[in-house]
Design a protein around this ligand. Structure first.
Ligand SMILES: [Zn+2]
Length: 316
């Protein structure tokens, strides 16, 4: 994924209160978005650096080396070896502190939450609720989610709502505890995508809701009935054999039924049979998209059901 200033700051903020953005990393991002982040105090500039770390394995004994002005630029000089001198641009001496509260606010805005985040536990913000009513929390540093009592604190803050947590990668044990508690844990950098929206990033709110468990399809041959996603579809005696041919393929190694296989001994074209089959699902309340998602057209090859054999129960 393209690096953006917002993604960079999110990564650096894992260091917590010590999180800083050195000028040399900041320089490629100078521009309107950067200025906006300064204005929002996501970034707060420090006094410029006056010294630089000593060179690797140096025997000079200095704690650090002074930075001297050298013409239009600057130089960190090694007292022992001039070849180790480092030339620095003015931007290299700049230093920005990263403000956690302000960054949380910008990340919340990137996900479309209008209200300012509220602190729900130490260094854990509640960004808001999804349209479906999930409580969305944000932690910038892993340590915020590893402490004792954090599970109970978040449950209490959510007041019965389902919970999604945006966080950096957690230690495996902590991640397991949150998942065991039923929380939907998401790595921020997996959903914080670059955008040209003035913040330089966006989070698709749909990504904050867990993907439902794969649906199970139940088929009863005796009644020509198909149960899927909580609905029941009774197929006509003419169209059930078509579904049955797709079903047999879904249960076999090669899941795709060719057009001629779908047609079987009927005198009708496969595309008409498939349309009629999908219409039967739509008549039972499924949308056009849902019926096409279940009965998939495989270009130039035929048709298949979108389910794994393990998700199908066939009372044949
Ligand atoms: Zn040196």
């Amino acid at each position: 994924m393209t690096e953006t200033i917002l993604r960079l700051l999110t990564r650096l903020s894992e260091a917590g209160d010590d999180a800083i953005l050195p000028g040399e990393l900041a320089a490629p991002f100078f521009g309107p978005v950067f200025d906006r982040l300064l204005a929002k105090r996501v970034l707060v500039e420090h006094a410029p650096l006056a010294d630089w770390e000593v060179c690797d394995a140096c025997e000079c004994g200095l704690p650090c080396r002074p930075i001297r002005k050298a013409g239009d630029a600057f130089r960190a000089e090694c007292p022992l070896d001039r070849r180790q001198d480092i030339d620095l641009a003015e931007d290299d001496l700049r230093l920005f502190r990263i403000g956690g509260d302000a960054l949380a606010s910008v990340i919340g805005a990137a996900a479309g939450f209008r209200a300012a985040p509220k602190l729900a536990a130490e260094k854990v913000w509640r960004l808001g609720d999804t349209p479906a009513g999930r409580a969305v929390f944000l932690a910038l540093e892993p340590a915020a989610l590893t402490g004792d009592g954090i599970i109970a604190s978040l449950r209490q803050a959510a007041r019965g709502s389902d919970i999604t947590i945006l966080a950096p990668k957690l230690p495996a044990e902590a991640a397991r505890r949150h998942r065991d508690a039923g929380f939907h844990l998401i790595e921020i950098l997996e959903v914080l995508t670059p955008a040209t929206n003035g913040l330089g990033g966006t989070i698709d709110i749909a990504a904050l809701t867990p993907v439902p468990q794969s649906p199970v399809l139940r088929v009863r041959k005796a009644t020509a009935e198909v149960q899927w996603e909580g609905r029941s579809v009774i197929l006509s005696r003419q169209i059930f054999p078509v579904f049955e041919r797709l079903l047999e393929k879904a249960l076999s190694r090669d899941q795709v039924a060719s057009g001629s296989h779908v047609e079987g001994t009927t005198a009708r074209e496969a595309k008409d049979l498939i349309r009629e089959l999908r219409d039967a699902f739509k008549a039972a309340g499924f949308t056009d998209a849902e019926s096409k998602a279940l009965i998939v057209t495989v270009r130039n090859r035929g048709y298949r059901l979108s389910l794994a054999a393990s998700d199908i129960v066939f009372d044949g």
